[in-house]
Design a protein around this ligand. Sequence first.
Ligand code: 2P0
Length: 339
Amino acid sequence: MSDIITMVAPVNIAVIKYWGKRNEELILPLNDSVSATLDTNVMCAKTSVCVSPNFLEDEIWLNGVKESFSNERMQNCLREIKVRATVEKSVDDVFLSWKIHVCSENNFPTAAGLASSAAGYACLVSALAKVYKIKSDVSSIARLGSGSACRSVYGGFVRWHSGVKIDGSDSIAVQIADKSHWPEMHALILVVGDTKKKISSTKGMRISTKTSDLFQYRIQNCVPKRTEDICEAILAKDFVKFGEITMKDSNQFHAICLDSYPPITYMNDISNKIIELIHKYNNFHGEIKVAYTFDAGPNACLYLLQNEVPKILPLIQHIFPSSNPDTFVTGLPTHCEMI
Ligand code: 2P0
């Protein structure tokens, strides 16, 4: 039996959103995306992996519930890890033939637009890579589990290049800046709802790609410049520019969801109230101090500098006095690490 390898992997929250695929099977995106990786102390996936000649089949437990390992995406990840291990000759053939047991859990709501699949697949693939002693970049393998997972393989600020090659070999995540680059940057997660989303990201993307006119406009005319600009803003630590692009891209992503047919709604009234509050707050201060972004769910991620956290947090708790939304603050850092 192998050692039991346990890894934790972080959530990443995109500031330039990935929405739409050029190849569904290989999970190749139509546009580049950019994200920040959050601190694993607050939100993470934890996965333990073990292989043994005594195991009769590949098995997986997700949040304590046994799930099928026949899931195509998991199979693709495991197959590619074994291909890579064969190419790198990192383990012998007998080891490769042993079955695997996986145990994975998240410490935050699953499938409520909080990037749980990103952390989950990044963690699974990183743990498998450790077990099979793979040395090369595994972001392209994490991508086969869930597109956004490739960004969670790295810490700090990360860009996922859509790539142009048909086989997807250039569709990889690259770190723009590591966690030490902009230590003042913080994320505040406002949990508005923790129920499973009605339309999965995979399905939502499919509908938008086929039906939204705005979608084509975004891909061609907006994302390329925004991506370059936000990378520059990150490197220059220009929060005002970073915040403006982040909010505009979130708004455009949700506009595309509404422009899809039938329309897709991920945000709710509380999400919209949060947007209103942040604009009022920024207007009051005469410049952008806080930026919001929403993924495929109602929960908000606020990006802000550390000195702003004690100012906005009481305001949020005052305006939303119940536990809705729940809030938690996280610094940026970390990438997959072994525990
Ligand atoms: C993102 N989202 O960039 C965007 C913003 C949701 C909204 O990546 O089909 O779960 O597994 O590749 O990775 C969610 O998409 O979708 C996502 P698949 P995934 O974070």
